[in-house]
Ligand binder design. Structure first.
Ligand code: AMP
Length: 190
């Protein structure tokens, strides 16, 4: 089974590319951010808790997120999966390794979208106008970048050390389809 992870900074295009990939391939898809936004909308206890954290640009606790992922992968264990926004910490990546091993799913394939930093803030502020996401304001975005640098960037090295698991894609091109083509070329060879 394929276990595809899309890695990249906030605004790198993980959500956009996921949408295109899901149209082309038969993938069970999870965006941890989307699930959390749904919980917030429904004012569930988890949503109320997560809202405070997300609006500060911080990360929700590893335990909560890992629980969600375990449940999701277990449910879709007969399908290829696409993970968007997870893992975001080394702890989450280690937990994912355990889950995949427990479920006999084989190794991960990590595709990292590399986008020039000066483009990211612009993209997020533009998205704010279109989607109205609460956490797409300049103050929160700065916090999210900081969390990304501190906690998520180390995943690049974590996965580079795993044999054959890591692929980088240049994601700055304004032509979204060109980026998708590079990603698909990788997936087709998995
Ligand atoms: P996203 O839609 O992936 O940008 O996620 C939006 C927000 O949800 C993030 O800024 C975090 O606060 C939270 N979040 C999403 N995924 C995770 C995760 N894997 N670990 C911790 N927090 C997460």
């Amino acid at each position: 089974m394929k276990n595809i992870i899309l890695l990249g900074a906030p605004g790198a295009g993980k959500g956009t590319q996921s949408k295109i990939l899901r149209e082309k391939y038969d993938l069970a898809y999870i965006s941890t951010g989307e699930i959390l936004r749904e919980e917030i909308k429904n004012k569930t206890p988890l949503g109320l808790e997560a809202e405070k954290i997300i609006n500060k640009g911080m990360l929700v606790s590893d335990e909560i997120i890992v629980g969600m992922i375990r449940e999701f992968i277990t449910k879709h264990n007969d399908q290829d999966i696409l993970l968007d926004g997870f893992p975001r910490t080394v702890k989450q990546a280690e937990a994912l390794d355990t889950i995949l091993k427990d479920l006999n799913r084989g190794q991960v394939s990590v595709i990292e979208l590399d986008v020039r930093k000066e483009l990211l803030m612009d993209r997020l502020l533009k998205r704010a106008e279109i989607e109205g996401r609460q956490d797409d304001n300049e103050e929160t975005i700065k916090g999210r970048f900081q969390q990304y640098e501190q906690k998520t960037k180390p995943l690049t090295d974590y996965y580079k050390q795993k044999q054959g698991a890591y692929f980088a894609v240049e994601g700055s091109d304004p032509d979204i389809n060109k980026i998708s083509q590079s990603i698909c070329a990788i997936i087709d060879k998995l």
